[in-house]
Ligand binder design. Structure first.
Ligand code: ATP
Ligand code: MG
Length: 447
């Protein structure tokens, strides 16, 4: 049985004009894929009833499932209802339950119902309304008689669309899959992302070798974003076979990527580092120059970071490096703010300053970043993108001279933003290697 093919139509002039980023189709495609449904087409259309109707006609013939987002609102540019009625060859009728919901919603918002809002209660007679828990416009579920294609119309705003998909569409798709009807049965699509840091995408691809051949199943591909290179595995087929294939391929990918692997699927590098710190009951402080708080931001994005992340310093000016972290004038004069010595002194200063704040049972770590993000400020000896990152670790009770310190020099490319983002991630990568007790391999961009 070929598994279900789905198409997604996003409507709205604002999407076509580039004023709104189409996040709905990305989100829906991801959810459908994880439900074992193959998304074969994304289409974006303006607020144009005829274009929508003819696209819907066409896609009903090639897909088992079409999801439309947007155009369910009360204004004249909201044309999904009439387009659907047109394709189903039906006349719109008013749904009393939907009308009551809209009235109640407006009343609870303390506003009168406008005549235009009545149009949101319209549906083709053969279609069902999908309740909207976050707004006025109900969605629609319909069946295209000629082809049997299932059509779902969902609101445009993501905060309305997503809960409606989960509450009203997912159970319907599950029921179809279970009943084995309409070609939605049997097959699953399983995906797994394996995340690495510190290795180049091309190097990872070389290690994966024949696993990445496009015609092999499961499909294996790599993506790189902000210093994280991920390997995505996708296995399709009957559930038991797909599950086994995914597990086998995952083991091969993990073996090939080795120590560079830090997590999978939803794992973030900062989350993994914080978890390692928690397990050891260690604490972390940061001292940032060129990242300007970006490292702390990555850490505090993770809920619960406060259990192990104490805080840090943004010492952008030399005076702040001296005043807050006791970096000496001599280091700055002789070696400069962007140097091994300065990174090391910043990390030591952070350790010293934080030592009295918390006397954790475990160790205290400091990460310090100093570099030239550009576009100006580079030199022949230290071109733009030169960043020194120090990682220092000490027992809070012991004298600071016994701290263990490691400094690495990197040369990042790709502009100011890339330099800053990659610096923050490489700092985390250095700490991860230490915490995981891994042999400190040379990291990507390290020179
Ligand atoms: P409303 O009742 O708010 O008019 P609607 O169902 O008519 O809902 P649209 O008018 O098409 O939806 O879109 C409303 C808003 O939802 C847009 O201005 C946009 O901010 C957001 N939106 C619509 N489509 C998308 C999309 N594909 N991705 C992200 N946001 C979207
Ligand atoms: Mg609208």
């Amino acid at each position: 049985v070929p598994h279900a093919r789905a198409a997604i139509i996003s409507t709205g002039d604002e999407l076509l004009l580039g004023q709104t980023l189409n996040t709905n189709s990305r989100w829906l495609a991801d959810r459908l894929t994880s439900l074992g449904i193959s998304v074969t087409e994304h289409l974006t259309l303006g607020d144009d009833q005829e274009a929508l109707a003819s696209a819907l006609q066409r896609l009903c013939r090639s897909s088992q499932l079409v999801i439309i987002t947007g155009g369910l609102g009360p204004t004249e540019d909201d044309l999904t209802r009439p387009a659907l009625a047109n394709v189903l060859d039906e006349e719109l009728i008013e749904d009393p339950v939907a009308l009551a919901h809209i009235e109640a919603w407006m009343k609870s918002a303390g506003r009168p119902m406008l005549p235009a809002q009545r149009t949101q209660a319209l549906r083709p007679p053969s279609a069902h309304m999908l309740p909207n828990s976050a707004g006025t416009a109900p969605g629609l579920a319909a069946r295209h008689k000629a082809t049997g294609c299932h059509i779902f119309c969902l609101p445009g705003p993501p905060n309305e669309m997503q809960p409606m998909f989960e509450t009203s569409v997912v159970p319907k798709l599950r029921a179809l899959a279970d009943s084995g009807k309409d070609g939605v049965s049997g097959h699953v699509i399983l995906t797994r992302a394996i995340h690495t840091v510190g290795i180049a995408e091309a190097d990872l691809a070389a290690r994966l070798g024949p696993l990445m051949h496009r015609r092999t199943s499961p499909l294996v591909g790599t993506t790189a974003s902000r210093g994280i290179v991920s390997c995505r595995i996708r296995a399709e087929g009957p559930a038991d076979i797909a599950r086994r294939q995914l597990a086998e391929t995952e083991a091969q990918v993990r073996a090939a990527a080795g120590d560079f692997v830090f997590g999978q699927d939803q794992d973030s590098l900062a989350g993994v580092v914080l978890e390692l710190l928690k397990q050891r009951n260690d604490r972390l402080v940061v001292a940032e120059s060129c990242t300007g708080g970006g490292l702390a931001a990555l850490l505090t994005e993770v809920p619960g970071a406060s259990a192990v992340f104490l805080g840090g310093w943004i010492t952008y000016a030399n005076e702040m490096k001296m005043h807050e972290l006791a970096v000496t004038r001599e280091i700055l004069d002789r070696h400069g703010a962007v140097s091994t010595q300065c990174a090391q002194a910043m990390a030591q200063g952070a350790l010293r300053a934080a030592r009295d704040v918390a006397r954790p049972p475990g160790q205290l770590h400091a990460l310090a970043v100093t570099g030239i993000a550009g576009p100006d400020g580079g030199s022949d000896a230290k071109p733009v993108g030169t960043v020194f990152i120090a990682r220092a670790t000490a027992d809070p009770g012991a004298p600071m001279e016994s701290a263990e310190i490691e400094v690495r020099r990197f040369l990042f490319r790709g502009g100011r933003e890339a330099v800053r983002e990659r610096s923050a991630r490489m700092a985390l990568a250095m700490l991860r290697l230490k915490l995981a007790g891994l042999r400190t391999e040379r990291l990507l961009w390290e020179i």
